[in-house]
Design a protein around this ligand. Structure first.
Ligand code: ZN
Length: 453
């Protein structure tokens, strides 16, 4: 029996036959998603493509987690296998796992797998190996019950229910809700998932916990803005010694240090750390330990920022591959618009440049085509006022732009002026405001004021 196999499932409800991929070996180091499905109770459950009914496929399962030296077997009693057939099925699966292992990594636990009598028993053994105690499992079941209560409550009763359970609404509760949303999406139940997401949002906006989360986020934003301001006051001629002074000033202030490294990562390079070491060598012994601790912490923070950038880059690369290989790129772009950010566009631009440099005409034109589709999708997703301003700024002549304002400004009303002001702020604030663009904006704004009175 292989680790995964394709099978034909016949829907228990509508009898429609369809294909499903059954998983028999669950190894979180190979396939973390399979463990999540197992714990969520959706492993080998296939929603019927015709009527949506979930169809479960019963199969022997081998759970293997080498990092915990854990191997558990489960043969559903409903299969009615004889003892010999059970042993053969399990033996096949164990061989499947052990032949994949690198040589010399064979350990005793592989010879004595534990067994589970029920699916629930399997799940509990896996959770226990993760350090989840029966009390924690019960607390989690309580959270799920509370989430279900929120989902089933009519909207007008939600405020009262939130008040009543305010003390139980915490980070773990929110996480449970997120897991349930993910599970619903996995089962193809999009409308219900969206409904639960809306309730989660409502709870966040109307509970004590949500209030705390929002005020913490605002405080963090304020710290980042303050550090950004300090950095911009340093100017472009700032030296490593300036950054060092700032880091020493922020020592012990985790939020400011994180903001500093996040905003000015390139300043904290190998030379910076050499210079800091030189400083540490010269200070009196009494202040040395504090500086050494700061140095180690700065080095941890730079590693963290690099890791995040690396992960963002990997995600962007995956998304780009998916778009490039899709027969319907526009659909993928629309669905993932939220993930198309600065990192993604940078990666795409770098890929276009690289393809051009290699002389790969096909590759570069395909990537340029993706770029144009993305820009079109981003523009289509903009509020209508911004789309209109964009058209105004791109109009061939100032006169044509004015005509467009006369014709269309009344249908937007005062919100057009607000949007123009926001664009102006953005253009001047980014420090690279193109003078011609700013002049055009001023002209069309004046015309809009005239038209709107
Ligand atoms: Zn069906």
């Amino acid at each position: 029996m292989p680790a995964t196999f394709q099978t034909t499932v016949q829907c228990v409800q509508c009898r429609q036959p369809f294909r499903g991929v059954v998983q028999t070996v669950i190894d979180p180091s190979q396939n973390p998603q399979a463990k999540i499905s197992l714990l969520g109770g959706t492993l080998n459950q296939f929603p019927c493509p015709n009527c949506g009914t979930p169809n479960g496929v019963l199969t022997p399962i081998l759970y293997h987690d080498g990092s915990k030296e854990l191997m558990i077997t489960y043969v559903p009693m409903e299969l009615g296998l004889t003892r010999d057939a059970q042993e053969k099925a399990i033996g096949d699966l164990i061989r499947e796992v052990t032949t994949q292992l690198p040589k010399n990594s064979f350990k005793a636990y592989l010879l004595q797998p534990r067994s589970a009598l029920t699916m629930q028993g399997l799940i509990e053994q896996v959770l226990q190996a993760d350090g989840v105690t029966p009390e924690m499992m019960e607390a989690q079941r309580e959270r799920v019950r509370l989430v279900e209560m929120f989902i089933q409550t009519p909207p007008e009763l939600l405020p009262g229910l939130i008040q009543q359970h305010d003390a139980r609404i915490d980070a773990q509760f929110m996480q449970t809700m997120t897991l349930i949303i993910q599970q619903l999406l996995q089962e193809g139940r999009q409308p219900l998932a969206e409904q639960v997401a809306a309730i989660q949002n409502y709870i966040l906006e109307n509970s004590t916990f949500g209030e705390q989360v929002i005020s913490q986020a605002q405080q963090q934003e304020a710290v980042v803005a303050e550090v950004a301001e300090t950095l911009s006051n340093l100017g472009e001629t700032a030296q490593r010694s300036d950054f060092m002074k700032l880091a020493i000033e922020y020592a012990g202030d985790e939020q400011r240090l994180q903001a500093l490294i996040g905003l000015a990562r390139p300043a904290f390079d190998a030379t910076f750390f050499q210079e800091l070491n030189a400083v540490i060598g010269k200070v009196p012994a009494s202040s040395r330990a504090a500086l050494e601790a700061l140095r180690d912490h700065l080095s941890e923070l730079t590693a963290m920022v690099d890791q995040q950038a690396q992960m963002a880059l990997q995600e962007a690369a995956t998304l780009l591959r998916v778009i490039a290989s899709s027969p319907n790129p526009d659909e993928i772009i629309r669905e993932n618009l939220g993930d198309i950010d600065y990192t993604f566009l940078q990666l795409l631009t770098a890929n276009i440049q690289e393809a051009t440099r290699r002389g790969d005409v096909n590759g570069s034109s395909k990537l340029k085509d993706i770029y144009n589709r993305i820009i079109a999708a981003l523009q289509a997703n903009m509020p209508p006022e911004l789309q209109f301003i964009n058209e105004l700024l791109n109009a061939p002549t100032a006169d044509e732009a004015r005509q467009m304002v006369i014709q269309h400004a009344p249908s937007f009303g005062p919100s057009l002026l607000e949007a123009m002001d926001a664009v102006e702020q953005q253009l001047t604030g980014s420090g690279n405001g193109n003078p011609a663009l700013l002049e055009r904006l001023a002209q069309v704004r004046q015309e809009a004021v005239n038209v709107l009175g």
